[in-house]
Design a binder for this molecule. Structure first.
Ligand code: FPP
Length: 239
């Protein structure tokens, strides 16, 4: 059904590919990991703004399954940073009514990170204001393949799967707006199924510089678009 939005943010699922941390640091003559540290601060700001704007769900791409190919010191620093962030933020998230969920594989994560994830998920499980999903060791193709396997098993057992999407480990919640920072314009194996009808917003702003102003700008751009989902324009709008 054709649809346009007037209330920026309210009830939306926004997903963000947080890119540009390394270049942000290198442009300042700093090691790449400083960009990730600044990126973690941007995560905090963005979550606060998302809650204030009434988003339903915010999904952030924190660590892709392809990121294991980075040098070990950078991978270790990212895992340590995510662990610290989860430990430090969980009380704040809980107080703000944010429910944290982590999507992606868990079997390859360091024990400390896994514990921090499980604890933060437990502590925030009753949140109803905003669902914050962090994608960690996440690959959309792997998620879709997993769903295909489950679909096959259910069918072989004689079950009648009610829909392929529900078999995705991520819950298959459709993304309304996908934002990518850092200037690249690709999806990088992120929420491919869920972004089937997403509006796309690419910005050159590096993730550490992404703040409330940029999020509001992206939402304004989203609100100005007509979402037709393949249908014809609504009556009264230009043909
Ligand atoms: C991409 O930038 C970013 C990442 C691979 C990691 C994202 C991580 C954070 C924002 C911080 C930690 C996360 C949380 C949830 C606390 P890049 O390194 O590819 O940048 P580049 O393209 O400039 O090299």
């Amino acid at each position: 059904m054709a649809q346009s939005r007037s209330t920026a943010g309210q009830g939306l699922h926004v997903a963000i590919i947080m890119d540009g941390n390394g270049r942000w640091a290198q442009a300042r003559g700093l090691p790449r990991v400083f960009g990730h540290v600044a990126g973690a601060r941007a995560v905090r700001r963005c979550v606060r703004t998302a809650g204030a704007l009434g988003l339903r769900t915010l999904t952030l791409f924190a660590f892709s399954s392809a990121n294991w190919m980075r040098p070990a010191p950078e991978v270790d620093a990212l895992c340590a940073l995510m662990t610290r962030h989860l430990r430090e933020e969980q009380a704040r998230l809980r107080a703000a009514g944010v429910r944290l969920e982590v999507i992606g594989r868990r079997d390859r994560l360091p024990g400390e990170l896994l514990e921090a994830i499980e604890e933060a998920e437990r502590q925030t499980s009753t949140g109803t204001q905003l669902c914050l999903r962090l994608a960690i060791d996440y690959s959309s193709r792997e998620s879709i393949l997993g769903a295909a396997r489950r679909f096959h098993v259910e069918t072989a057992r004689g079950g009648a799967p009610a829909g392929f999407g529900r078999l995705l480990a991520t819950g298959a919640e459709d993304v309304d707006l996908l934002i990518r920072t850092g200037g690249e314009q690709r999806l990088s194996d992120f929420l491919l199924w869920e972004c089937a009808w997403a509006e796309l917003h690419f910005t050159r702003v590096a993730w550490p510089d992404f703040g409330a102003r940029e999020l509001r700008r992206a939402l304004r751009s989203f609100a100005a678009r007509e979402r037709r989902f393949g249908a014809l324009p609504e009556k009264g709008s230009a043909a």
